[in-house]
Every structure is written in structure tokens, then in C-alpha cells.
Design a protein around this ligand. Structure first.
Ligand code: SF4
Ligand SMILES: [Zn+2]
Length: 120
């Protein structure tokens, strides 16, 4: 069972908040959207693979202390070296896709609506 990053109380993988210290464990009230954070309040971006490869577009970068997409550089490097077998990852949730690509989704929707208005 996972531990709460603040008080180290055992929590269920689906808990939205820690039952002891009420720390938020999941984002957007959804049990499948992990909210990554450190117990000491360190900046996550310093050790994040998305910061290292400059692909992160989150506004909280480079000062994020909590993040739903945090990916440890060391875990990424070990996976590339084949030291850690990648688990079969579940398909990304709609919430995650929306969070990561919302600007492009909105722009695409505006473009599509404009195109429809122009054609009809
Ligand atoms: S994904 Fe999150 S932790 Fe990683 S660089 Fe972007 S904001 Fe920082
Ligand atoms: Zn706790």
C-alpha cells in the first residue's frame, strides 16, 4: 500500500486525500490522476524528464511542487537502459489528455467551428 508523502500514513491507491493529514493525493478529484509531490516541498521540475527534454508546456514549470505528469529522470533513464521493465501502461485518461493538450484542443475546436461557419 502506498504511503502519504507528508505523514507516511498508509493510504489506498484510490484515496483522493490522506485520511490522517488530509493532504490531497489525486488531482481533479479523480482517483486515476496521480498528484506527484515530495514530502519536503522540493521543486519537482529539477528531476523531471519533461523538463530535461524541454517538452513540458505546463505554466507551473520550472517551479512545480505538485504535478500530475511528473516523470522522474532516473526512472526514465533506467527504462531506456532496460534496467526496469516498463509496465504495460494503461491508456491515458481523458482528464490527462485534456490537461496536457487543452490549448491545442481549444484551438482545433475554434478552427473547426470557423471552418463550419465559412462553408455553410
Ligand atoms: S511535467 Fe510537471 S514536474 Fe515535469 S517539468 Fe512539467 S511542470 Fe515540472
Ligand atoms: Zn497524510
Amino acid at each position: 500500500m502506498p504511503l502519504c508523502p507528508r505523514c507516511e500514513h498508509q493510504v489506498k491507491p484510490t484515496d483522493l486525500v490522506c485520511s490522517r493529514c488530509r493532504l490531497q493525493l489525486k488531482a481533479h478529484g479523480h482517483p486515476s490522476i496521480e498528484l506527484h509531490q515530495t514530502s519536503t516541498g522540493e521543486i519537482l521540475c529539477k528531476t523531471c524528464a519533461y523538463d530535461a527534454d524541454d517538452t513540458c508546456t505546463f505554466p507551473q514549470r520550472p517551479h512545480a511542487q505538485t504535478c500530475t505528469l511528473y516523470q522522474s529522470i532516473t526512472a526514465e533513464a533506467e527504462r531506456e537502459k532496460g534496467q526496469v521493465r516498463s509496465p504495460v501502461s494503461p491508456p491515458p485518461s481523458l482528464g490527462l489528455i485534456w490537461q496536457r493538450y487543452r490549448v491545442w484542443i481549444i484551438l482545433l475546436a475554434i478552427f473547426g467551428i470557423s471552418l463550419l461557419i465559412t462553408v455553410f
